[in-house]
Design a protein around this ligand. Structure first.
Ligand code: ASP
Ligand code: MG
Length: 419
């Protein structure tokens, strides 16, 4: 008998019938002899609705009051789910973040969890209860209610699993697991059976949108085995996310993603003197603008050029900074903007000891006549900037090149948690 933490998102608890379906999935796990803690989000689009409501009252809602308001969404769903479980003859108790003792930093709307008290959870489990915990919320040491940021219930669930040293944390959702790319772009893409925390984090950073990234970081830090699985097909195993050290990796690439939210800024004819890059990127950083890809070309005739990408939302402020604060550094250099870009990335722990993956990526793009505007690499990721309207074609070509349409990506070494 083990401890299983389950998490169900807003769509899974959107109405009373769905809440009863969740109760079934919870009871099913309990019936296997496990202790079960279930974390839920607010019903359906409740959080969006509450945000809208606040904005109708004032343009500038206070962040403390915002957390007071948003935390009510989850309080509704936990009580209803506990009732649904009880109506099937099982013992259940709902708890909000404060009752559990989910202690967070003293920051509203995006607090991080610093500690989770386990005494009450353990006591209720010992008494045979299924515990239903409100996701997305916590409390500061001073007793102030906080929330963890949109999508934060995933992180609540993983953190509780870590605190209880649970055998597994199952994130139930409306898809069947993690896919190597967006199934809307490559319809025959296969679900991934196993993927590493590292790959999942990189994929989340380059545009895949399955799990709250902090939940994956927490799972990695505490070694919590995570499963993403379907709340409609309970017998499906979904995707297991574990440490790379437990995997035997067959394929170099685990996933392909595209990010169309960036723009490229090109600074041509810059003076080729020490300190230019330091000044330019220093003033962007000072204004909280993150820069992603950077290329500096070879200098000639005492001139140089630097191209880099920023979030499209930051474009106007970045240009303003370059034209005003950096006037003396840019001098008579030219500032050019390219909005028509997509960053296409391949991610895979298996590329580490395999030469030639970058060359294969470039070849696959070249064969489709897709021009590469910029390249950047990290240990387990290669990104290419391409024209925005070529991004889907690029994804398709890369999935084909790296055999992601078939499902033999990884096998697992050693013991795996049971399902
Ligand atoms: N209810 C919160 C949101 O909509 C938290 C979550 O769903 O994970 O963002
Ligand atoms: Mg979610």
């Amino acid at each position: 008998m083990g401890i299983i933490v389950q998490k169900f998102g807003g769509t899974s608890v959107a109405d009373p019938q769905k809440i009863h379906n969740v109760a079934k999935a919870v009871i099913r796990e309990k019936e296997k002899g496990n202790d079960v803690v279930v974390v839920v989000s607010a019903m359906g689009h409740t959080t969006d609705y509450l945000i809208k409501l606040a904005k109708e009252v004032t343009n500038n809602p206070d962040s403390r009051e915002m957390d007071m308001l948003l935390s009510t969404g989850e309080q509704v769903s936990i009580a209803l789910l506990a009732m649904a479980i009880q109506s099937n003859g099982y013992k259940a108790v709902s708890m909000n973040g404060q009752q559990v003792g989910i202690i967070t930093e003293n920051i509203h709307s995006k607090a991080r969890i610093v500690d989770i008290k386990t005494e009450k959870l353990k006591k209720y489990l010992k008494e045979g209860n299924i515990i239903v915990v409100a996701g997305f919320q916590g409390v500061t040491p001073e007793g102030e209610i906080t929330t963890l940021g949109r999508g934060g219930s995933d992180t609540s669930a993983v953190a509780i699993a870590a605190a209880l040293k649970a055998d597994r944390c199952d994130i139930y959702t409306d898809v069947e697991g993690v896919y190597a790319t967006d199934p809307r772009i490559v319809p025959n893409i296969q679900k991934t059976d196993v993927i590493s925390y590292e790959e999942m984090l990189e994929l989340a950073r380059v545009g895949a949108n399955v799990l709250h990234p902090r939940s994956v970081e927490t799972a990695k830090q505490f070694g919590v085995p995570l499963r993403v699985r379907s709340s409609f097909k309970l017998n499906n195993l979904g995707t297991l996310i574990i440490g790379v050290e437990n995997m035997e990796i067959y394929k170099p690439v685990a996933g392909v993603a595209a990010d169309t939210s960036q723009v490229r800024i090109l600074l041509a004819n810059l003076p080729d003197i020490p300190g230019t890059a330091a000044k330019l990127f220093g003033s962007l950083a000072k204004n909280n603008i993150s820069v992603d890809m950077i290329i500096q070309s070879l200098a000639s005739n005492g001139k140089n050029s630097i191209a880099f990408t920023v979030d499209a939302d930051d474009l106007d402020s970045a240009i303003k900074i370059l034209k005003e604060d950096d006037k003396d550094t840019v001098k008579d250099g030219e500032i050019l903007i390219d909005k028509d870009i997509a960053k296409v990335s391949i991610v895979g722990a298996g590329m580490v000891d395999r030469p030639g993956i970058a060359a294969d990526m470039f070849k696959a793009l070249a064969e489709k006549d897709i021009n590469i505007k910029m390249i950047s690499t990290s240990e387990i990721k290669i990104s290419c900037l391409v024209d925005k309207d070529k991004s889907k074609e690029a994804i398709k070509a890369l999935c084909k090149e790296f055999n992601l349409e078939t499902n033999e990506m990884a096998i697992v070494k050693g013991d795996l948690p049971d399902v």
